[in-house]
Design a binder for this molecule. Structure first.
Ligand code: PLP
Length: 227
């Protein structure tokens, strides 16, 4: 099991470094015991990339009445998993809304969600790598944004944009910065077109410092915390 004291120090140091940005502790490779330790250190935001694993952990947290927790779904989302995802207790945000099809399914299944508001980050594939999901064009993205904005009395809230740095490159950090800058440009365009506010979810263990420099509001860090 993870050492509570070391975990506490790592989380504290990260929080100082992150300042106003929110730390999403990615617990996808961690056993539930380690996630509970992190919660006991005061960490409340956790990210998971598989619906079934998220559901299992979220159910355990609910049984223990750890009700401050805020679950973030960060993985590839398939339409047939949307219903189960929405049923997850204390689901706070989905960072990986990646197509109009997914948006339509979220709208169709909205009544499964038991919370007050579900924050949606639209994922943009800034590196255009084939293995990544996400919107590929501004037009597609705008179409889905307009769809969400047309809803009345919906719990689905357009909250931000998400991206990941390029992986197939020899210059990982330089190219990550380019991806983050692209996302910022897209945000500026959307803010201008729709007069709205959008948070940025970008940066992982290897590139969160660069993401913070570029103005990330949410960073998703796994291996650095739960090593
Ligand atoms: C796994 C994962 C992370 C965290 O990755 P680390 O390198 O372990 O920090 C962040 N975002 C997404 C979408 C992930 O799948």
């Amino acid at each position: 099991m993870i050492n509570h004291h070391e975990l506490d120090i790592r989380l504290r140091d990260l929080k100082v470094e992150l300042a106003h940005a929110t730390l999403v502790a990615v617990s996808k490779y961690s056993p539930i015991e380690d996630v509970i330790e992190a919660y006991k250190c005061g960490q409340i935001d956790f990210g998971e990339n598989r619906v079934s694993e998220l559901k299992t952990k979220a159910d355990i947290f609910q049984e223990k009445n750890f009700s401050n927790v805020r679950w973030h779904f960060i993985g590839v989302l398939q339409t047939n998993k949307v219903k189960d995802l929405l049923k997850t207790p204390n689901l706070w945000a989905i960072h990986s809304v990646s197509s109009k099809k997914i948006v339509e399914e979220l709208i169709k299944r909205e009544s499964e969600f038991t919370g007050i508001e579900l924050k949606l980050f639209f994922q943009f594939n800034t590196s255009h790598e084939a293995e990544k999901t996400g919107f590929e064009t501004i037009e597609e993205l705008q179409e889905s944004i307009e769809l969400i904005r047309s809803l009345k009395n919906s719990k689905l809230k357009l909250f931000g944009l998400m991206t990941m740095g390029a992986i197939r490159t020899d210059n990982v950090l330089t190219d990550a910065v380019k991806c983050f800058q692209k996302l910022k440009i897209i945000r500026a365009l959307l803010v201008k077109n729709y007069n709205l506010e959008l948070k940025l979810s970008m940066g992982m263990s290897g590139d969160y410092k660069e993401a913070l420099e570029e103005g990330a509001d949410f960073v998703r860090i796994g291996s650095l915390i739960f090593k």
